[in-house]
Ligand binder design. Structure first.
Ligand code: ZN
Length: 122
């Protein structure tokens, strides 16, 4: 369909001028180039010094899970207020968590999960 015919058909169908303009602009826009694979969205939110930061958190917490107290050989660095819900990666929002607790907590706050942080907030 020619654009002029499309405009006429849309106008006859009662489309607003804004809708017609938006539609024409969409058609005329160059096809977007194939995009590079997206980086892991979660990874993109983490600070550049993430690895060093998590080690500092583990050392601060003596490698003990702040939810159950278990000493962890493979600790996770948990965002108390979940990253996916606007939490920051500041060390005050990070705690050591064993994999079990971290997976159980999911993207909830400790309050929502119903488990208190050992020693209170960092
Ligand atoms: Zn735990």
């Amino acid at each position: 369909m020619k654009i002029s015919a499309l405009i006429r058909a849309m106008a006859e169908a009662g489309a607003s001028i804004d809708l017609i303009v938006a539609t024409v602009e969409k058609i005329e826009a160059p096809a977007s180039p194939p995009s590079a694979p997206l980086p892991n969205a979660r990874q993109a939110l983490l600070p550049r010094d993430w690895q060093a930061r998590r080690v500092r958190v583990f050392e601060r917490d003596n490698y003990e899970c702040r939810y159950c107290g278990k000493v962890c050989v493979d600790p996770h660095c948990d965002h108390i207020h979940p990253l996916s819900r606007g939490g920051s990666s500041d060390e005050g929002n990070l705690v050591t968590a064993c994999p079990t607790c971290n997976l159980r907590k999911k993207d909830r706050t400790p309050e929502e999960w119903g488990v208190a942080l050992i020693g209170g907030r960092a």
